[in-house]
Design a protein around this ligand. Structure first.
Ligand code: PLP
Length: 349
């Protein structure tokens, strides 16, 4: 009856098999250091939990804005960037105008479009997982109102061609650049364009740099655009504890976060080189805190890795990603266990 539309709905799936080494969700493998945890709990203790948080999130916005090098007026906060993705798909353009995105990519664009009931214009990446002008031109013919580009892209790990993202914006499409993994990349971000253009915004998240548990994302846009989007976001969408934890960590823990990011980036280089040396595994380039590999039999290798105590994300079921596995970068000892396990598994089949 009321929910018939969702009878066969495929929701966002995550990998939940318990495993000793979890390299399946692109999380930061490091929790906060103990001294910062103490600081956080002191601040959390002071929260009047019977009260609503500041509805404008003025102080948190200032801290997030400083963290990203913009002004508080350019920021809209979200309960994870997933909430911002859903909000944009709800409000940009008309409901019968398509949502455009390349495939394979982050599944939430498709999930949100399906929940709202909006048409989707999916277009293929080329054999190097790069955008091509030809397929963008074909997609633009369907008159999409909004486009999503995750760059670096999840699950492929590569960054997209800047000019083709801008080309989409220049063709009158509201263009969202999802920079969830930008901290691990040395490519130029789109903040400059977001502050200039009326129809290009950037979304960021704290989830991949150590705070997946607090659910905090941010949209960066020109002041006039950010003001309107801030007006239509759900009130009190950031919880009081999230506000307080983020304020503490983003001020006192900034250096720690940057150190962790550097370690993850150098581990990425080391692990990818090690895996490349093993035979029968194709390693794709990555600007993120994970990388993609192609193995002889994705489903089998995924299962056998679990038996070795290592959980990665199986991407084999996705079109264009046959036999591909996505591997998050963990702590050095976890990475070593992965390297050992993948060599053993692939060597045995
Ligand atoms: C993980 C991820 C997100 C989700 O971020 P949350 O802030 O945890 O909701 C958004 N976009 C991409 C591309 C991601 O990989």
């Amino acid at each position: 009856m009321f929910l018939d539309r969702f009878k066969d709905f495929k929701n966002y799936k995550t990998e939940t098999t318990p495993c000793k080494v979890k390299l399946s969700s692109n999380e930061n493998p490091y929790d906060l250091p103990q001294w910062l945890k103490e600081k956080v709990s002191q601040e959390v203790k002071k929260i009047p939990l019977n009260r609503y948080p500041d509805p404008t999130y003025r102080e948190l916005k200032e801290i997030v804005a400083t963290f990203y090098g913009v002004k508080p007026e350019n920021i809209v906060l979200g309960n994870g960037s997933d909430e911002l993705i859903h909000l944009l798909i709800t409000v940009i353009g008309e409901i019968n105008q398509p949502v455009m995105y390349p495939v394979p990519t982050f599944p939430m664009y498709q999930v949100s479009a399906d929940i709202i009931g909006r048409p989707k214009t999916e277009f293929p990446l080329d054999e190097n997982f790069q955008l091509s002008k030809k397929s963008i031109d074909r997609a633009l013919k369907e008159k999409p109102a909004i486009a999503f580009f995750a760059s670096p892209n999840n699950p492929t790990g590569n960054s997209f061609d800047r000019d083709l993202i801008l080309y989409t914006a220049e063709n009158n499409v509201f263009t969202v650049v999802d920079e969830a993994y930008i901290h691990f990349s040395d490519k130029k971000d789109f903040v400059g364009e977001a502050l200039e253009r009326e129809n290009l915004v950037v979304i960021r998240t704290m989830s991949k740099i150590g705070l997946a548990g607090i659910r905090l994302g941010a949209l960066i846009a020109r002041e006039d655009i950010a003001t309107v989007i801030d007006r239509i976001r759900p009130p009190f969408n950031i919880t009081y504890p999230t506000e307080v934890i983020a304020k503490t960590v983003l001020t006192e823990g900034k250096e720690e976060i940057n150190r962790q990011i550097q370690t993850i980036v150098s581990e990425r280089k080391r692990v990818m080189e090690e895996v490349s040396k093993a035979g029968n595994i194709k390693v794709y380039p990555s600007d993120a805190n994970f990388f993609l590999i192609k193995v002889p039999d994705g489903n089998l290798v995924h299962r056998m890795l679990i038996q070795e105590g290592v959980l990665v994300r199986n991407m084999s079921h996705l079109k264009g990603l046959e036999n591909c596995l996505r591997v998050s970068i963990g702590k050095p000892e976890e990475n070593n266990q992965f390297i050992k396990a993948i060599k053993k598994v692939v060597g045995s089949i």
